[in-house]
Design a protein around this ligand. Structure first.
Ligand SMILES: *Cc1c(COP(=O)(O)O)cnc(C)c1O
Length: 464
């Protein structure tokens, strides 16, 4: 498979180079040159496969030319072996024709483990073959950082630097990162906001010398490999909910639009997806875009769903690329306008294509708490506030009882215990394997929001 930039002005790359690169040099994001098709006659048989076996079938065309499918299978088996549920990604009934896809059985309790466990193995494999090391650099508002650290700890090929906003993430989230004391893991607590962290990371990636000398690699969802790994659980869940004989709808709580876009990728591969319902919190740039066709910049407000406190969803650019019939120059023009004027709009015909698949809803904190409380009262289930956004959004756009609705549960309730307890009166408990988390020793470096200081810290410890 070859990969092209959404802005049409960067070299075409193979999978291994896309895996190791950050954004494309023209500022765009890499996407596959064409969508591979799921084989319609084999899908029935795929329902019997284990999760890593199914992932290998779904993902193999995307790594073609870089990895043989037998190697991919070996890496996938290893990636999910330590997950804490026999099925890896169980689909559990929620109500009449409604299901919850539980993606919180990985080591750090969020769906980000499902992508990063595989991406970590892929990075290690590709780097080992090249006899190279890389410096993985990322900013986190909580969940990406811990999943990346867990996936990359003690891997000989990488040094990992994760920036988080000092004092602005939950204690569970912080400790899931700072209690990992592997020598190749560096937690940088930045005196600033998540946006400041993200700006520091972007500045280092944008500096060609820095990128080259440090061998920078990205682990946020601008990295195509993350999206690719996530397409697997859409296929997995759909096969369990009645596909390929029936269409299946999905509801997805959204921040950077990576998870929902992976659902779109699965649909583009031929999975019978009736609808993708996107749920947002008060930072509802993406929902407004789907409803109105216009994306505009607004200030980020903190909510009970911090992993979704994002106004400008990076992966929307990948959807725009298809909506613009893969015209990179048109996407470059739209994104240029967005940068200059803080607003971009798609014409009505193109929005009609987007809305054939996508619907959107947003919830304020009161409505999110009410959705957490309702799930407990009516279904006897504790769900985390991000998942609750998905459940409520899915119900708001229910297409009818004949179409099964799968909500993607993105975090374990114990990852956000205060919000869950506030809504239900019940404090969710951490699973056994994390029960001593609050007692473990922490290690992190507190640094000012200053590019020079951060860069020299990284340089002094980076992979050569
Ligand atoms: C990251 C995250 C999200 C948002 O996912 P995107 O791919 O950024 O849309 C939702 N819920 C939780 C718990 C997360 O960690």
């Amino acid at each position: 498979m070859r990969y092209v930039s959404t802005r049409g002005g960067a070299p075409v790359l193979g999978f291994d180079d896309v895996l190791l690169s950050g954004p494309a040099v023209d500022g765009g994001l890499y996407v596959p040159e064409s969508w591979p098709r799921l084989p319609p006659h084999e899908l029935d048989g795929w329902a019997k496969l284990t999760y890593p076996e199914l992932l290998t079938r779904v993902v193999a065309p995307y790594v073609d030319g870089a990895l043989a499918s037998s190697e991919l299978g070996r890496l996938a088996a290893a990636a999910y072996a330590g997950f804490h549920h026999a099925e890896v990604a169980p689909l559990v009934p929620l109500g009449e024709g409604e299901w919850l896809l539980e993606l919180f059985w990985g080591p750090t309790l969020s769906f980000k483990d499902y992508a990063l466990a595989l991406v970590g193995r892929l990075l290690d494999e590709v780097l080992a073959r090249r006899g190279r090391r890389a410096t993985v650099l990322g900013a986190t508002s909580g969940d990406t950082g811990s999943a990346a650290i867990e996936a990359l700890r003690d891997r000989p090929s990488v040094e990992v630097f994760i920036l988080h906003p000092h004092g602005r993430i939950s204690e569970v989230q912080r400790r899931q990162m700072t209690t990992v004391t592997s020598a190749n893991v560096h937690n940088l607590a930045i005196e600033g906001t998540f946006d400041d962290c993200q700006d520091l990371v972007k500045a280092l990636f944008a500096d060609a010398a820095c990128r080259e000398e440090l061998g920078l690699a990205a682990v946020n969802s601008i990295n195509w490999a993350r999206i690719m790994a996530q397409t697997a659980y859409y296929v997995w869940a759909a096969l369990r909910a009645g596909a390929p004989r029936r269409q299946v709808a999905f509801a997805v709580p959204t921040g950077n639009f990576g998870n929902a876009y992976a659902g779109y990728a699965a649909a583009s591969m031929g999975l019978p997806v009736a609808r993708l319902v996107v749920g947002s919190n008060r930072n509802h740039g993406i929902s407004r875009f789907i409803e109105t066709g216009t994306l505009s910049i607004e200030e980020v407000v903190p909510t009970v769903t911090p992993a979704m406190d994002i106004q400008v969803p990076s992966n929307l650019e990948r959807l725009l690329f298809d909506a613009c019939e893969r015209d990179g120059q048109e996407v470059a023009r739209l994104m240029g306008r967005f940068r200059e004027e803080g607003e971009l709009s798609l014409p009505a015909e193109q929005m009609a294509t987007v809305r054939r698949l996508f619907s959107a809803t947003w919830l304020d904190d009161g409505a999110i708490r009410a959705a957490v409380a309702a799930a407990y009262r009516e279904l006897g289930r504790l769900i985390d506030p991000h998942t609750a956004v998905g459940v409520a959004a899915g119900r708001a756009h229910r297409t009818g009882a004949g179409v099964p609705l799968v909500t993607v549960a993105t975090a374990h309730p114990a990852k956000f215990p205060d919000a869950v307890e506030g809504a239900t009166g019940v404090r969710p408990e951490l699973p056994d394997w994390l029960s001593d988390l609050l007692a473990r020793e922490e290690r992190m470096e507190v640094l000012p929001n200053d590019r020079t200081v951060v860069e020299s810290f990284i340089r002094s410890r980076a992979a050569a």
